[in-house]
Each structure stands twice: as C-alpha cells, then as structure tokens.
Design a protein around this ligand. Structure first.
Ligand code: HEC
Length: 215
C-alpha cells in the first residue's frame, strides 16, 4: 500500500524534475505557433509570462481530448438500456457535486490492493484517499478563472489548480503521461476547453489520507 502511494508520488516528483531540466533546451522554446487563423487562442493573458506566444488549435485540442479520453473520468455517465453513456449535458464538468459519494469499502481502498471507482468513473478511492475528477468547463467553478499558465502547470507539472506551490495531482489523473504532451498540444487542449459549454459544478475537495510514514 505504501509503496503504491509512494510510487505515484515519486512518479510525479520525477516528472517535475525532468520538466524543470528540459525547460531551457533548444527546441523547447516558447515560440511554437499552430493552428489555422481564426481557430486559435492566444495564451497571452496577464500572468501568462511563461507561455507568451504559444497558441493552440481548438480543432487539435478537441481531437486530443477525444483520443486521450479525458471524458472517461471527467464526464459523468448516465445509465441507458445499452449501458452507461457520457452525460453530454454535463460534458467534462467533473464529479457531480449533487451526487452523494455513497458507501465503499474503505478497507480495500486504503489497503492498496484495490482502487475503487465510482460507477461513472468520476471519483476514485485508493491508498491516497478519494479524488474527484475536476470540472474542466469554462465556468467559474471550473477552469473559468484559470490562466493558460495555470493550465500548462497543471498538465505539465501535475500541480493542483496549476499553482506552483500546490500539492501534486493524485491518481487516477494520468499526470506523468500528460506531462509528455508538447506545449503546443497543451495549449490546444486549453483552447478547446474554453469553447465547451460552461457547467456550474463545484467539485468536492479530495479526501486525503495521511502520507505514508505520517501519523
Ligand atoms: C483516469 C482518469 C482521468 C483521466 C483520463 C484524466 N483525468 Fe484529469 N483528473 C482526474 C482526477 C481524479 C483529478 C483530480 C486529482 C486530484 O484531486 O488530485 C483530475 C484533475 C485534473 C486537473 C486539475 C484540476 C484542478 O482543479 O487542479 C486538470 C486540469 C485535468 N484533470 C485535466 C485533464 C485533461 C485535459 C485530461 C485529458 C487530456 C484528463 N484530465 C484526463 C482524472 C482523470
């Protein structure tokens, strides 16, 4: 149990270090431009000094979100005769704050031999505690107040709310995989997420277990 928690934390730490060292390499310059005219979003808002000139393509962002499957965890599902399907009225709006978490086997989850998912995959319980998938829509309860730089830091450095001194994002958010996205792709995803329907939904804070070795 502890080793699993630890592996997740260490993975994030390694990603964080490698992002730091890669930052100044040639070819990683902050000058990538992409996307057809009229289909781009400039990240150059105030406070976006780190990524002043990278723009993303909404179309590419849509493609990446579909293919990576962000919605598997970030879109609630509704049950149909054919099984669960994404609830597109709540597309990418994260764990529905109006739905009680319900009972689950804390012994199994805390023990680390199982990771338990809520039936629609928007919450997960494991040795780290319980995490709730975030609201990625442009509402104020989602990414509405985020800068492009917050988004880049959340994806590339696995930081909660995209803040430099925040806790690492926890499983099952695939932070170490998504950190490998190019800056251009990250900005494309950001550009696309700004175009989707805002959904008001204040996702509950994660319930964090004490770190391994803690008291
Ligand atoms: C396997 C499930 C899963 C997948 C796939 C996934 N996420 Fe997440 N994501 C989560 C969970 C759970 C959290 C909350 C983690 C936490 O609280 O530490 C999260 C957190 C985030 C956050 C941070 C939100 C905040 O308030 O700090 C962002 C941004 C994010 N995800 C974007 C994405 C994007 C974009 C994709 C696809 C490219 C994606 N996620 C794919 C489960 C997932």
């Amino acid at each position: 149990m502890r080793s699993f928690y630890f592996a997740a934390a260490m993975g994030l730490a390694v990603v964080y270090v490698s992002c730091q060292t890669d930052a100044g390499k040639p070819g990683n310059a902050d000058t990538v431009k992409s996307g057809a005219a009229g289909n781009t979003v400039d990240s150059g808002k105030p406070g976006d000094a780190a990524t002043p000139s990278i723009s993303g393509s909404v179309e590419r962002g849509h493609y990446l979100v579909d293919v990576i499957g962000c919605g598997d965890c970030h879109t609630p599902k509704k049950m149909t005769a054919a099984g669960p399907v994404p609830d597109m009225s709540r597309y990418l709006s994260g764990y529905n704050a109006g739905v009680p978490l319900g009972k689950y086997d804390t012994g199994l989850a805390n023990g680390g031999s199982w990771v338990l998912f809520k039936g629609d995959l928007t919450a997960a319980a494991g040795p780290w505690g319980v995490t709730f998938s975030a609201n990625l829509t442009p509402d104020g309860t989602g990414l509405g107040g985020w800068t492009a730089d917050n988004f880049r830091r959340a994806i590339k450095e696995g930081k909660y709310k995209g803040l430099a001194d925040a806790r690492p994002l926890l499983p099952p958010m695939p932070s170490d995989n998504l950190a490998k996205l190019s800056d251009e792709d990250v900005m494309s995803i950001y550009a696309y997420l700004k175009t989707i329907k805002p959904v008001r939904n204040l996702v509950p804070a994660a319930i964090l277990n004490p770190p391994p070795g803690g008291h």
